[in-house]
Design a protein around this ligand. Sequence first.
Ligand code: FDA
Ligand code: NAD
Length: 426
Amino acid sequence: MGRAFVYVIIGGGVAAGYAAHEFVKRGVAHGELCIISEEPVAPYERPALSKGYLLPEAPARLPSFHCCVGTNEERLAPKWYKENGIELILGTRVKSADVRRKTLLTATGETISYKYLIVATGARALKLEEFGVNGLDAPNVCYLRDLADADRLVDVMQSCSGGNAVVIGGGYIGMECAASLVINKLNATMVFPEAQCMARLFTSRIASYYEEFYQSKGVKFIKGTVLTSFDFSSEGKVTAVNLRDGSKLPADMVVVGIGIRPNTSLFEGQLTMEKGGIKVNGKMQSSNTSVYAIGDVAAFPVKIVGETRRLEHVDSARKSARHAVAAIMEPEKTGEFDYLPFFYSRVFTLSWQFYGDNAGEVVHFGDFSGHTFGAYWINKGHLVGSFLEGGTKEQYEAIAQTTRLKPKIEDLAELERQGLGFALSV
Ligand code: FDA
Ligand code: NAD
């Protein structure tokens, strides 16, 4: 026995929340839409977990950050789904999917059929075990992907105040968690294999600025090495981290942020994959015309860079979700998704935004010893990417707009001289 819906969303994260909002805006009828999520709570703004959620004073807690407060729109508490006739099946994992039969089987044994399926299963955190390091069961080793992880991190952090935290990974989770650890009065040491933090995006000059800022807050950096093993206490707690370079770091707790893998396993062998995700077209439609994919799990054509990419950021999750729903409900009025990649972060008193693509030559600008500085990326004679730290709303809007226009750049020295003024004048 089972239930049938016109539209089913698998996953209850950011993309699911924004998709639900768009469905309601476009007049979905009561009883037509169902969301199945492994998480026990209604969709929420995941970025809060590494920022407001970890604050020692007045931390953010649900229901304050349910979708769509991240874009200053209405907050979709569980009541909203009920009022709009959306079936929200929480705490339930989808175990298998059959795209030919258009059915899903949940862990509770229910079969759910759909006319249109939206896959919004996001990603999972990579585990140290996958790199041959044991420690998954240790109570003081923390990952951060969902609310349960965040609650655990908060508990462990509070029990280690004044102690030593080792952060494994120099990406987004590493940077944002290291800042939170310091704010919570722990000594934080970051360990990562690259020569600089945020190696996927930052230039070495930008990275140096953040590393120096972090050092001024007491964070230590150990670069160019990885951990090889942990030492454990008799209760199974990690007491030290052993590095490949032979050194040993005492640890009261460990936070691991070593990247993610998209949750595609339900569809392996059923849908075409690319870049580790589900390949979709400009309507977010997969190789099966009844199945759409959005958010972290979707590899979509990013027109402005002329290639298929999988992005792991919240703005892309929100906008790809809205676009897929538009394409499903009003196909003749909906064109190809034309997305300008946008990433951001906020740590301590710092805040940056990036738009476009970090390819080609770099021109830095602004005051790297002060508060406002940035960079442009110039590829094949055109400005393709922009980064700005410490900007105003107008300045961020200007770099976004300029990057979208991909202006021709003939003189890099002149661009450097104009700096932020260039974006403000375009
Ligand atoms: P998301 O991970 O949000 O949701 C996936 C959902 O699917 C989850 O509810 C999961 O339980 C569910 N699911 C998976 N498999 C399932 C199954 N088989 N059955 C049922 N349910 C299933 N980005 C940014 O631009 N700025 C930022 O500041 C941050 N900050 C940030 C902090 C932290 C801690 C994280 C982990 C991530 C960020 N991000 C971010 C990234 C951003 O949050 C991310 O890109 C979006 O959450 C992606 O949205 P999705 O809906 O695709 O996945
Ligand atoms: P990431 O890809 O940003 O960084 C992974 C880091 O892991 C790399 O920088 C590298 O230093 C390190 N690493 C890789 N293999 C390692 C190994 N074997 N040992 C030690 N270090 C290793 O991934 P993340 O920081 O784990 O973030 C997870 C996801 O959450 C990403 O999708 C990210 O986009 C998202 N997120 C985004 C934001 C934001 O946009 N502000 C904030 C938090 C999280």
